[in-house]
Write a protein that binds this ligand. Structure first.
Ligand SMILES: Cc1cc2nc3c(=O)[nH]c(=O)nc-3n(C[C@H](O)[C@H](O)[C@H](O)COP(=O)(O)OP(=O)(O)OC[C@H]3O[C@@H](n4cnc5c(N)ncnc54)[C@H](O)[C@@H]3O)c2cc1C
Length: 399
């Protein structure tokens, strides 16, 4: 028996749940298919000490918001998972767990989804499977016997074999994990790639509070000078302390340029550490200048803060390592979508999540529309927009 739904949402992370809430509000019949469990990524792909970078209050989803005692705090992975499970429960989200969609293709009047539990047809499909679905690991041969793991599989220092560790990548995950390993007494090397520095707090307020005030999260993709491809993440950690390469070095981490490969047992690094750290610091300067300009313009009463000295980071000598932690990010996994909707770069073409194929929508991608589109706080507005589009589509078909 082939099951049929008006709308199928694929994925029950925050994007799929926000979509489900908006469809529910409009009385649109649907089901959410989830291959694992609700909000699975927040437990299965985060390390034990993980906390959000965004404050608790910036987790506003349609019909749901943080109501706990610490709006300026930072949830752990388990807390985010609980928050999203409570959200699903709050409106009886029709989620089916353990259902993996393996193929999606067009059929007359809609879409056919091939799943591990049998085929399903739907008039509309919303793909909410996450922008960070597949751990990205460079095709770089490692010396024989080297233990390697991606940040998605890292849990704590005890899991990493004895011996020196090389963390490759200086985004927020790489820097947090390097600091944790150094704090556990490990010899840690960090291959520093492109990233952005950001002060955790400036002039008495959290960076995310400033970003909200300055409207930075609301910036839309059509105001960018080019496509938002490969834009590095700003480095922060939950809490009140700054995290950057100079602080890691002060904590005992040995910093290097980009990893190029290995000569025998010895890692080979690019000679770009100073330039990369200076470029990262320029982002923090740019942010402070934007805040200063806002304060001057609005007359906001906040304390002044002196500009920090330019960072100086000594390049450490290369040394053999026993373990490599790939902090090299994640990519999308849309291979299972078979539809003539891809651009020359192989990515699915869309405008605000609406693809050229009738009834196929995307949600939760970085810069889907706004800077905040892939975040807990931003995905809801895209879901509301798509629900409006889907509702008018259904009305047209019913007319
Ligand atoms: C280390 C890290 C830190 C982050 N910190 C923050 C932060 O502080 N604040 C913030 O707002 N955002 C943060 N993010 C970004 C973002 O909020 C998360 O990536 C979030 O998990 C995205 O939610 P999502 O619903 O789009 O995707 P996901 O949470 O990845 O959910 C997608 C779901 O789809 C399911 N799925 C995938 N393929 C299929 C299939 N074929 N069939 C059925 N089900 C499928 C998956 O099992 C998964 O449950 C962070 C991301 C990372 C990686």
């Amino acid at each position: 028996m082939m099951e049929t739904f008006g709308t199928v949402v694929v994925g029950a992370g925050q994007a799929g749940l926000a979509m489900s809430r908006c469809l529910t509000d409009r009385g649109l019949e649907h089901v959410v298919l989830e291959r694992a469990d609700i909000a699975d990524a927040w437990s299965s792909r985060r390390w034990d000490s993980f906390t959000l970078l965004s404050p608790n209050w910036q987790t506003r989803l349609p019909g749901w918001g943080y109501a706990g005692p610490d709006p300026g705090g930072f949830m752990t992975g388990a807390e985010v998972r609980g928050y999203l499970r409570d959200y699903a429960r709050s409106f009886g989200a029709p989620v089916r767990t353990g259902v993996e969609v393996r193929q999606l293709h067009r059929v007359a009047g809609g879409w056919r989804l091939t799943t591990n539990r049998g085929p399903i047809t739907a008039g509309t499909v919303v793909v909410a499977t996450g922008d960070l679905a597949r751990p990205r690991v460079p095709a770089l041969p490692l010396p024989p016997g080297t233990h390697a793991l991606h940040t998605a599989d890292y849990r704590n220092p005890a899991q990493v074999p004895e011996g020196a560790v090389l963390v490759v990548g200086a985004g927020p995950s790489g820097q947090q994990i390097a600091l944790e390993l150094a704090g556990a007494g490990r010899e840690v090397h960090l291959a520093v790639g492109r990233h952005k520095a950001l002060p955790r707090r400036y002039r008495g307020h959290d960076a995310y509070d400033w970003m909200d005030l300055l409207g930075m999260h609301d910036r839309t993709v059509d105001t960018l000078p080019g496509p938002p491809v490969g834009m590095p993440n700003a480095v922060l950690a939950g809490g009140t302390r700054d995290l950057d390469v100079p602080r890691l070095v002060a904590a005992g981490v040995r910093a290097h340029g980009r990893l190029l490969g290995f000569d025998g047992d010895l890692p080979r690094f690019a000679d770009d550490l100073a330039a990369t750290v200076a470029t990262a610091a320029a982002n923090a300067d740019h942010f402070r200048a934007a805040v200063d300009e806002y304060v001057a313009r609005t007359g906001m009463d906040v304390p002044a803060e002196p500009a920090p000295a330019p960072p100086v980071v000594p390049e450490s000598p290369a040394a053999p390592v026993r373990t490599v932690v790939w902090a090299t990010g994640f990519g999308r996994d849309h291979d299972w979508i078979e539809a003539p909707v891809r651009g020359l770069d192989g990515e699915i073409v869309h405008r605000r999540g609406v693809t050229p194929a009738a009834g196929l929508y995307l949600l939760g991608l970085r810069w889907l529309y706004r800077r905040s589109s892939a975040s807990l706080d931003g995905v809801g507005r895209d879901a509301e927009y798509l629900a409006g589009v889907i509702a008018s589509q259904h009305q047209l078909l019913a007319a």
